[in-house]
Design a protein around this ligand. Sequence first.
Ligand SMILES: *Cc1c(COP(=O)(O)O)cnc(C)c1O
Length: 382
Amino acid sequence: MDAVTLPPIPFLDLKAQQARLGPGLRQRLDKVLAHGQFILGPEVTELEGKLAAFCGAKHCVTVSSGTDALQIALMAEGIGRGNAVFLPAFTYTATAEVPLLLGATPVFVDVDPRTFQIDLASLRTRIAQVKQAGKLKPRAIIGVDLFGQPADWAGIRAIAAEEELFTLDDCAQSFGAAQDGDRLGKAADATATSFFPSKPLGAYGDGGALFTESDERAALYRSLRTHGEGTTRYEVLRIGMNGRLDTMQAAVLLAKLEVFEGEIARREEISRIYDAELAGVVETPARVPGAQSAWAVYSVLLRDTAQREAARAALQAANVGNAVYYPRALHQQPAYAACHDGAALPVAESLGGRILALPIHPDLTDDQALRTAATLREAVTA
Ligand SMILES: *Cc1c(COP(=O)(O)O)cnc(C)c1O
């Protein structure tokens, strides 16, 4: 068969997932249409209970997006002007955008070349540099569980304890992931996740959630997501935002939560196929010992940019979905040039030219994964 006539292998297939969810999803949505409580309806409360139970966290407060979850978490700590927030340079823009929006300064930290997660040695160096410069007060570390794998939370927590810093887990890509049997949700002082449609647990629109073990923080998050309200609707205690998850999205997520564990297991199976088929061909993602990834993304490393571009072209020609997360480290983006102190972050700077993400959604078949791997193998060994 000619390459161009091969059926497409989608990078993401939300239609197949919708068909698999069946009538349960429609029933959930019809119920919301019938009761009409579109804001903070009963599905929101039900979802918060189920999400907290799913990851073993004491509190879950749903919010309007992963970005708003990060923002509410930093607002609750009073983080703003003059404060340094340490975060990995190799992540999605939202992680760094939020501290800047609040007037704080993101301090970019290098990442590990094999796990792509925040590098603890670089974190220590960057904290020491900020303290020595004396201009900013270190306040928080945002660890990102990139691509679905947990960051080194034991290591991050130890540094945060020494330096008395607030820890925020940007778990936007990794809800459902676990370290040594414990699901993410209480690895940091607060955990923020996203239900953007392409995330492992995705809604049919924007959504997010915060998790915490602290009663005080949970109460603050609830207040902040509704304009800083007090015990009554029109008592305004603080400046907040309109940051609620809507009931329709909660209904979608309740239907999806029922199949979520099975979806993570299927993503894991696909990752094993890629690992086996691509060993020695490209650098497959390092597996963090004791970790279960949520496999939001399966990213391999090519030798260099020329080989990566050749691989992309071959996949495109064979109708195989693929993507590059992320073409540039954040401190190399125009929007962050002014806030970066100029420190070299060599690993984060090198990844963008070599990285390539392959399809890994739960409706991908073994045959599709095998064809994807074979296409990549041929392109690289040609
Ligand atoms: C998707 C994502 C976010 C933002 O989530 P939204 O729901 O799109 O606002 C934040 N951080 C990371 C690492 C992400 O991947």
